[in-house]
Design a protein. Structure first.
Length: 187
């Protein structure tokens, strides 16, 4: 679902403040290029992979430098967008008054199953155009992590896929190694 006419981030903020999206459980939306987009319901494989990535992040990142955010908004006002990535790492600071923007962003990850086409297509183009340097898609169907880097215009110049048996390292903390199996293999 999308809106018929485009709205601005400012209008979106006003709609939230006025309670337009209440009750929240019936209105899981994000703003993408001025359009309200309904978000897919979250299923157990998605939830599990999100939890695993969140716990790995919290356990391995320096808490005084990085805040781990799960299914919270990211401001991209220059593109009239407020996506809600499944997981993002942002610089540690107070976001009480304003949501993080791409200036604050260290990594963004989408956990994908039913949203895979959207996350590889329109969402990837949005993040590339916004200059997101490290974009991960955790593909729960194939049990791989797709890493997108080197944004130019509205596309990524580099895309690599890592499978179980591989490890991935974030750009912001290249010394860290996340075994792909950590997100998919039962304990």
């Amino acid at each position: 679902m999308s809106t018929v006419s485009n709205i601005t981030v400012e209008q979106y903020e006003r709609m939230m403040a006025e309670g337009v999206f209440q009750p929240a459980e019936e209105h899981h939306v994000e703003l993408i290029r001025g359009e309200l987009r309904e978000m897919s319901p979250i299923n157990p494989p998605h939830e599990d992979a999100t939890d695993r990535l969140m716990y790995w992040s919290i356990d391995n990142l320096p808490r005084y430098e990085v805040r781990v955010r799960v299914q919270n908004s990211l401001g991209i006002p220059e593109l009239e967008s407020v996506p809600q990535p499944d997981l993002e790492w942002v610089r540690q600071r107070n976001y009480k008054e304003n949501r993080p923007t791409t200036v604050d962003l260290l990594l963004v990850a989408e956990i994908s199953e039913s949203s895979l086409r959207f996350d590889r297509g329109e969402k990837a183009r949005l993040y590339a155009e916004a200059g997101v340097q490290d974009y991960w898609i955790v593909n729960t169907i194939a049990q791989v992590i797709e890493i997108y880097r080197r944004p130019r215009a509205s596309s990524y110049q580099e895309m690599k896929t890592f499978a179980i048996g591989d490890s991935v390292s974030p750009l912001a903390f290249p010394h860290l190694k996340l075994p792909v199996a950590e997100l998919f293999v039962a304990e």
